[in-house]
Design a protein around this ligand. Structure first.
Ligand SMILES: CC(C)(COP(=O)(O)OP(=O)(O)OC[C@H]1O[C@@H](n2cnc3c(N)ncnc32)[C@H](O)[C@@H]1OP(=O)(O)O)[C@@H](O)C(=O)NCCC(=O)NCCS
Ligand SMILES: [Zn+2]
Length: 225
């Protein structure tokens, strides 16, 4: 009897939102295309966005190094406070979850994408850690405009519960500090990011809208270029 129970437990994991036992079978997996080795187990009842490559609104666990690990475990770790590059495969899972949280916040209005290009060195990402929690991320890549090819900040995201504690600012300053001395671009900043860029001394508000006031920032890039 105990053996049978154990076997049964190994084939289910409990959803901590609705309490259901979710069977470890592919119908309940969400697979990000570049990451076939680490499927994510989602609760089919709580998950209201089951599109492939979209983070579920209720991810239970991710298979990593041969074991099912609770999804939230990837958002904590013994990292010093500050901004760290995404280097290990665990970092990539952490980034994938953070991107999923960003996509969820925008509820399909905007897609922050998946970390597919990371391995190819096209896209660079950093994770912000604070008191042992992965609190947000930034991504940048090169973009070509008339004046040349420049490092371009594509996304900055901080988890809701960690906002307004300096984490967004740290991610932005890290981008400017670590991408060389030439001019940079920022892709399509929204009002909150413009206010933050203003606070950091990169932009100012004019009657025509936001404008760069720093040699380090040559302008804004329309989305998707
Ligand atoms: C924008 C964002 C990255 C800021 O992160 P953060 O950790 O809160 O930023 P910081 O704590 O370093 O800086 C806070 C400052 O940013 C500005 N700011 C941040 N959120 C703001 C908001 N909702 N409205 C107005 N200003 C805002 C303000 O200047 C604020 O200073 P204040 O708290 O004294 O008013 C975060 O709110 C976020 O992830 N938002 C959702 C994703 C997003 O919009 N990303 C940007 C486009 S890709
Ligand atoms: Zn559930």
């Amino acid at each position: 009897m105990p053996d049978r129970n154990r076997r049964r437990n190994e084939r289910h994991l409990e959803c901590d939102r609705c309490g259901r036992s979710v069977v470890l079978e592919s119908a309940n997996f969400n697979i990000v295309s570049s990451d076939r080795d680490s499927p994510e187990l989602c609760c089919p009842v709580c998950n209201d966005d089951p599109r492939p490559s979209h983070f579920s609104s209720h991810s239970i666990a991710i298979r990593f190094n041969g074991a099912w690990t609770p999804t939230m475990a990837f958002l904590s770790g013994a990292f010093p406070d500050g901004v760290a590059p995404v280097t290990t495969s665990r970092d990539r899972v952490t980034l994938r979850i953070l991107i999923g949280l960003a996509n969820l916040e925008y509820a399909g209005h905007f897609n922050y994408g998946s970390p597919e290009n990371l391995g190819a060195g096209i896209d660079h990402a950093k994770i912000a850690w604070q008191a042992g929690s992965a609190v947000g991320y930034s991504r940048w890549s090169l973009a070509s405009v008339r004046s040349g090819t420049h490092p371009t900040l594509r996304q900055v995201f901080v988890r809701t519960e960690f906002r307004r504690r300096g984490n967004g600012g740290k991610l932005i300053l890290d981008f400017f500090a670590t991408t060389g001395s030439g001019p940079k671009l920022v892709e399509y900043p929204n009002d909150a990011s413009c206010r933050l860029l203003e606070r950091l001394g990169f932009v100012e508000r004019t009657s025509m809208g936001w404008k760069s006031c720093s040699d380090q920032l040559i302008g804004f890039l329309p989305p998707g270029e």
